[in-house]
Design a protein around this ligand. Structure first.
Ligand code: SF4
Length: 410
């Protein structure tokens, strides 16, 4: 088995959508259809077969950003990097994305702050002209105006993500390191709605933000959003200065989130906490739902998606990684096809094969629908196939074998 390891082992807990974790899978509404509770069918989102194509391509268009977030995955900087893909190279990347075949993956324009690219509208129009859906993960800075949102929607942006890491200005701005960012975010959400752009709010979960999450939830109830995505910190980039929650806290949080999801006027999802799916399956089974019904829920439609499986990331300089939080270099779109790298790179093949996972994830009956955060496994151990250290679940081998838990994802 081919396994990528981090060049320098590092201990310890660490975590970030950071500069861009638009997280989430926009518009996903898979026709998941297992061939019964025996679990031999396939879960796939709206025709996506993750061995062949991702649902989401995250493109870090630039590192430049006006904020200096403490948890930034991209370790963004004030100025653009001369190694960024050019406009023409961007078009070629979009051409390559269509080679995955239909349904085309959705492209998330992220950064840094993609609004720092003067050709952003052209690139979005380029995606739209090719039939590729597009989302935007901007930073809440003076570059984000109502006019920009409206013109980007006209260019083809279908939804927008905004980050909110605190329920008030003191808490949020403390993370973003720029006063006024909280107010700007709230104002941007209003503008996005006025422009007709559905909103995903991304919230970072660390030991610092955990206690504030109920207040953030209350705030979101009044913001008319489409989705709340909670990103469980992984210690990469600037996020390494922060601390993850504990496995017990994570499990309690997942239970609270599932309870809120029953009545929330928006979808609730987690990023880099795929074990939320295990808890959700258990709760939905307990409520009498069968596998077919579970697969039709917003949680069910995300089954199987994790680093390198349904997701791929293109860094500002064209380097391809399994995800933004799993920065193992697979190749560069300047020299190789993203299609070939996604489908055939040995690291990607390993990441898509739960039978090769180690430890608890390797023994877990939920491995195909969950599979754990490969990014966190890598961050903690240097091995992306190791168990996700944030998940407290201990597969017993005698646990009920839920049919849905063993459904294949390809
Ligand atoms: S042990 Fe691994 S695969 Fe099983 S629920 Fe936890 S994170 Fe998911």
């Amino acid at each position: 088995m081919t396994t990528a390891t981090r060049p320098t082992g590092h201990p310890g807990g660490r975590p970030a959508p950071g500069g861009g974790h638009p997280g989430g899978h926009p518009g996903a509404h898979p026709d998941a259809h297992p061939s019964g509770i025996t679990g031999v069918g396939a879960v796939r989102a709206e025709g996506y077969v993750y061995d062949r194509a991702p649902m989401l391509v995250y493109w870090e268009t630039t590192l430049a950003c006006g904020l200096a977030c403490r948890h930034c995955r991209a370790t963004a900087q004030a100025e653009r990097d001369p190694r960024e893909l050019t406009t023409e190279e961007g078009y070629r990347l979009l051409d390559e994305v269509t080679r995955f075949g239909r349904p085309y993956p959705h492209v998330v324009f992220t950064g840094g702050d993609p609004l720092n690219r003067p050709d952003l509208h052209d690139l979005v129009r380029g995606a739209t002209a090719r039939g590729i859906g597009a989302s935007l993960a901007p930073a809440a800075t003076p570059l984000l105006t109502q006019d920009v949102m409206e013109s980007l929607r006209e260019a083809g942006i279908q939804n927008i993500s905004l980050s909110l890491d605190g329920s008030d200005a003191e808490r949020h701005d403390g993370f973003r390191m720029v006063p006024g960012t909280f107010d700007k975010t709230i104002q941007s959400a209003r503008w996005a709605r006025a422009a007709g752009l559905p909103i995903q709010v991304n919230t970072l979960v660390t030991d610092e933000t955990l206690a504030d999450l109920p207040a953030i939830y209350e705030l979101l109830l009044g913001m008319d959003i489409m989705r709340w995505s909670l990103f469980m910190l992984i210690t990469t980039g600037r996020g390494s200065a922060l601390r993850e929650v504990t496995p017990v806290e994570s499990e309690k949080l997942n239970a609270w989130l599932f309870e809120k999801s029953r009545t929330a006027p928006f979808q609730v999802k987690t990023t880099e906490a795929t074990h939320y799916r295990r808890l959700a399956i258990r709760e939905m089974h307990a409520a009498g739902m069968d596998d077919e019904a579970i697969l039709r829920t917003s949680v069910g439609r995300g089954f199987g998606i994790r680093d390198g499986n349904g997701i791929v990331f293109v860094a500002h300089d064209g380097t391809v990684n399994p995800s933004g939080f799993l920065p193992i270099p697979l190749g560069n779109v300047r020299e190789a096809s993203i299609v070939d790298l996604y489908r055939d790179h040995p690291v990607m093949r390993d990441l898509r094969n739960p039978e090769g996972f180690k430890g608890r994830c390797g023994a877990c009956e939920y491995a195909r629908v969950c599979g754990g955060s490969r990014a966190r496994a890598w961050a903690w151990t240097g091995d992306p196939l190791e168990a996700d250290p944030l998940c407290p679940y201990v597969p017993s081998g005698t646990a009920p074998q839920y049919g849905i838990a063993s459904v294949a994802t390809a």
